[in-house]
Design a protein around this ligand. Structure first.
Ligand SMILES: [Zn+2]
Length: 244
């Protein structure tokens, strides 16, 4: 009953190729998750999803690809890979894109608008795969073999964090869990926000690489003392591998 995570992109704001970013790569956030039942979940759709898409096609060997794409928010670095996600151009593939209900514009509209003819040569409507859009606020959603809970974090324009937990068929009890929080900007005095986050993140194991690259790259304000204590809290039982 474990989740398997692969980090295809970890950078914030803008892709950063070059010798200084070789270790974690220069792509913006996109994480592949294999749930305990083998389902595909993708966390954010930055430029890392481009390489993920190639890998998915190679592994599928002609079979349809299905999956859920959970977007933390609609800032460009979290959605800019979608126009370059090769499985989106293949008929028979199906994806559900999940995003925050609280955005000023719907997640469907933001994803589609970044492919308007003014800025991109292929319209979203021309994609051959089927896309469904679902919106979440602070709530729990049960899916095939896992349970996901969305919760608000502190970020301009709003953003979600996600807690995923494994669930055995027919079992009410949840198993292994991990939390994904990309952009989060706590400040001194955010005690209620940080307390809420602590409740959502306890107890989980998170890779230290995840915390230091995704969060720090995406959010310079994480150097604030309160944020540092949050990171240390969610990494209190750090794991070296990407299996949680
Ligand atoms: Zn952001």
């Amino acid at each position: 009953m474990s989740f398997r995570l692969r980090f295809w992109g970890t950078r914030g704001s803008i892709p950063t190729p070059g010798s200084a970013t070789v270790r974690y790569g220069g792509n913006t956030p996109s994480i592949e998750v294999r749930t305990p039942s083998g389902s595909l979940v993708v966390l954010d759709a930055g430029t890392g999803i481009r390489e993920l898409g190639r890998a998915l096609i190679a592994r599928a060997n002609g079979s349809p690809i299905t999956g859920d794409i959970f977007l933390t928010h609609a800032h460009w670095d979290h959605i800019q890979g979608i126009p370059f996600f090769a499985p989106a151009f293949q008929r028979g593939n199906r994806f559900t894109i999940w995003g925050a209900k609280s955005l000023a514009a719907s997640i469907r509209r933001v994803v589609r608008d970044q492919m308007s003819p003014v800025v991109f040569p292929v319209a979203f409507e021309e994609l051959a795969a089927t896309f469904d859009f679902r919106e979440l606020s602070d709530e729990r959603h049960n899916s095939d073999g896992f349970d996901v809970r969305a919760f608000a974090v502190r970020h301009p324009g709003g953003a979600l964090g996600y807690r995923f937990a494994a669930r055995e068929p027919g079992e009410a009890q949840l198993g292994t869990a991990f939390v994904y929080i990309s952009d989060n900007e706590l400040r001194a005095g955010d005690a209620s926000v940080s307390t809420g986050l602590m409740n959502h993140t306890r107890p989980v194991n998170v890779s230290p690489g995840y915390a230091s690259t995704v969060n720090a790259a995406a959010c310079p304000t994480l150097t604030a003392p309160m944020s540092r204590s949050l990171i240390s809290a969610i990494t209190h039982k750090s794991v070296g591998s990407l299996i949680v």
